[in-house]
Design a protein around this ligand. Sequence first.
Ligand code: NAD
Length: 290
Amino acid sequence: MTDTAVADAAKPPFPEQQQQVPGKTAQMAPVPDHGEESYRGHGRLHGKAAIITGGDSGIGRAVAIAFAREGADVLVSYLCEDEDAAETRKWVEKAGQKCALAAGDISDPEHCREVVKTAVSEFGKVDILVNNAAHQMSFENLEDIPDEEWQQTFATNIHAMFYLAKAALPHMGEGGSIINTASINSDKPNPSLLPYATTKGAIQNFTAGLAQLLADKKVRVNCVAPGPVWTPLIPATMPKDTVAEFGKDYPIGRPAQPAELAPPYVMLASDEASYISGATVAVTGGKPMI
Ligand code: NAD
């Protein structure tokens, strides 16, 4: 298949489908493309060590595959999707790199510190921290959102970024890179994703502030803001009719494949991005983020 054919394989309308949170890659129709057959590395992350939260599936898996093919060892943090994590590990090891797995809930600060400890004991350092995991759920009315849901969304999506960054910093040398996954929702909140969209606004602000705070340590901090991407998060958290038409209302007319998100993460992680910090890279299929 050509690259265009791979991208077009994720074009709405999608078959009717719904999953339980947190979603499984193998149950998706069509199964997403993470660059397994297409991503070619050029040694741009040679010798580096990375932590990727949510690295088992979706965007995180595509980033793990790309990082490994660019020469980085990878720790994959994930909630509980062991099958998906094993699949990501298979691809990282196939690229000739080390892969550590860390299952558990990053809304727990102690677990965040454990994730960093594991990476340091496996790789001896942390060069790249990709804060990519997130929780979302759809609600039509404010009164339908339980307090616990609000708190869980913040604990997973933004508080964990703070705990992970704080724990990783002492192990990051000059040239370190922190990359946070924001969203089109950082700028254009979808009202049916109120808790999630609010955290995505916070993530963009956190990125901009932390970039300034860490500049003198020569650690760069940026975020990638995806538009719609065909990942397990979608059938696990959105209504069936939204899933069927997912991405249709974007100028390109379809969601991204996870593989189409990997290049900005590689660029921001690499030394080539030495003057890029505090930035938001929008990957939004033609919908402007200004
Ligand atoms: P995904 O379902 O593949 O990944 C979500 C990941 O988050 C999973 O790997 C899961 O294990 C992890 N996770 C969730 N709760 C966790 C917890 N409490 N502890 C540890 N890990 C937890 O979906 P994805 O779309 O690839 O999501 C990756 C990032 O992309 C998220 O930050 C998401 O907000 C963002 N994003 C996705 C889209 C989209 O359309 N898919 C759009 C904009 C932004």
